[in-house]
Design a protein around this ligand. Structure first.
Ligand code: ADP
Length: 253
């Protein structure tokens, strides 16, 4: 049976005169990777932050894991994992100490080394965040979303600014998290990323959802209108050349 772990109905958010979100509705199915795509300023972060209980909405109804956002926000907080900005982490603590600190905040008992191993950062347990590469920082930030063993994690542009190897490594990590049954909501500007990762995507523009389906169906619908790419695509692109030449392995030091 399909279980909607998130339901958003007619969500509206105004910042004074600015209508950031203009009545959007969508469901997220338990266990899927759901992508929110759209240009800058489309309303993606606002929508995510409202669902995460971090921002007030103007109107609309939201349910997360069966809990209504207005009535039981604390229950929602218990089942979600939110990515924290690594810049906000205590600079003097190492990765293991930071995880222990978060365990205390969430009142959870987690094996820090096991968690670091999951995100391929065991060797960096004694390092500080500032000593990590961009990809490592993102992987650590994703690890922190998992501390409270959430049913859903929210990732806001997790691969922005990363090199191709680090992006691919993060995709594998995110797929691995989903494979363990965690629902993932992700925003991204990269359509190749959405195609590889997302089971379904919603395309948002100017605060409205203008398309919602699997990436494959959205492409098929466009092709059915007679659309063709102007030039026949080669079997590889420059990113494939780059990865072939420089290897798949992470190069972070
Ligand atoms: P996205 O994540 O898709 O880039 P945002 O949700 O950040 O979009 O922003 C949607 C719109 O709301 C934009 O026009 C943005 O300028 C505006 N906005 C976002 N946050 C605020 C805020 N705190 N105060 C006023 N306007 C905001």
């Amino acid at each position: 049976m399909i279980n909607n772990i998130i339901s958003v109905k007619n969500l509206v958010k105004n910042y004074g005169e600015v209508s950031a979100v203009r009545g959007i509705s969508f469901d997220v199915i338990e266990g899927e990777i759901f992508g929110l795509l759209g240009p800058n300023g489309a309303g993606k972060s606002t929508t995510l932050e409202i669902i995460e209980t971090l921002r007030d909405k103007t109107s609309g109804d939201i349910w997360v894991n069966g809990f209504n956002l207005d009535q039981q926000p604390d229950e929602i907080k218990k089942v979600i994992g939110v990515q924290l900005q690594t810049s906000g982490f205590y600079p003097s603590l190492n990765l293991l100490e930071l995880i222990q600190l978060f365990c205390g905040l969430y009142n959870r008992d987690v094996d820090g080394m096991e968690l670091l191993d999951l995100v391929n950062l065991k060797e960096k347990a004694k390092a500080q965040v500032k000593q990590l590469s961009g990809g490592q920082k993102q992987r650590f930030s994703i690890a922190t979303t998992l501390i409270n063993k959430p049913k859903i994690i929210f990732l806001d542009e997790p691969t922005t600014g990363l090199d191709p190897q680090a992006r691919r490594s993060l995709w594998e990590l995110i797929k691995g998290i989903r494979a363990k049954g965690t629902t993932v909501i992700i925003t991204t500007h990269y359509m190749d990323e959405a195609e590889v990762l997302c089971d379904r995507v919603a395309i948002i523009d100017s605060g409205k959802i203008i398309a919602l389906d699997t990436p494959e169906k959205l492409v098929d619908q466009l092709v059915a209108t007679g659309f063709e790419r102007p030039k026949e695509m080669k079997k590889a692109n420059l990113e494939d050349v780059f990865i072939q030449l420089t290897g798949h392995a992470l190069r972070e030091e």
